[in-house]
Design a protein around this ligand. Structure first.
Ligand code: URA
Length: 218
């Protein structure tokens, strides 16, 4: 059955937050999942004690089939594209041990939802609302200097307090500018799964990455 979210998420340290997500039964997605997907970044170097030091946070939508099996975000086709997009601006996901010279690994990758929706349907508003405190606490503990919000669910979730009626604004109008979430700059772009189907928008995604990188370096 379902249970309320654990109390005190807003004060949790990183290991407690990981534990809370792994055991979460606050919405019906818990009944079908194989794994929760907390997110992945570099090792903190402190044996599960602290949040890793990262400059970048990537927020996607929700785990798909591969992610549900692996317990890791963006391990399927969309993830390969995401990795290539990140590499193009000099970033490499942090758990990849084959670090390349000149490539920074200070990036954490996660999703709005930590559990897979059945048949990859869109997240529903209740699920998003139940899961949001986890993402918020991740941002507070990671203290990234730049957030890339990929797709409309990430954009809506992160911008709901700063952009009036954000759910009515097309993604194309949210990109191309620097928003804020908890004071952290947020750049919105297309979801890589969408880009796999709409190659014509890849150039715009590239513009978004460049915007994020130039804002990051300011
Ligand atoms: N799509 C997402 O939004 N997140 C993943 O982790 C994988 C695919």
């Amino acid at each position: 059955g379902l249970e309320p979210r654990p109390a005190g998420i807003e004060l949790m340290a990183w290991p407690a937050l990981q534990f809370a997500v792994a055991g979460c039964r606050a919405c019906a997605l818990c009944t079908n999942r194989k794994h929760t997907v907390f997110g992945v970044g570099p090792h903190s170097g402190q044996a599960g004690e602290a949040a890793p030091a990262v400059d970048w946070l990537v927020v996607g939508e929700a785990p798909g089939e591969n992610e549900d099996i692996a317990g890791e975000p963006f391990v399927g086709q969309a993830g390969k594209l995401l990795d290539n997009m990140l590499l193009a601006i000099g970033l490499q996901r942090g758990n990849d041990d084959a670090a390349r010279p000149g490539v920074a690994r200070n990036i954490f990758i996660t999703n709005v939802l930590k559990c897979r929706p059945p048949a990859n349907r869109n997240p529903d508003p209740t699920e998003i609302a139940q899961c949001e405190p986890y993402l918020k606490r991740q941002v507070e503990l990671l203290q990234p200097k730049m957030i890339l919000a990929l797709g409309k669910f990430a954009a809506q979730s992160l911008l709901q307090d700063s952009v009036p009626e954000v759910q009515k604004i097309p993604l194309g109008k949210l990109r191309g500018q620097v928003h804020r979430y908890l004071g952290v700059p947020v750049v919105v772009s297309y979801h890589p799964a969408y880009l796999l189907r709409s190659l014509g928008d890849k150039a715009k995604a590239w513009d978004d990455l460049c915007l994020a990188m130039s804002e990051f370096k300011r």
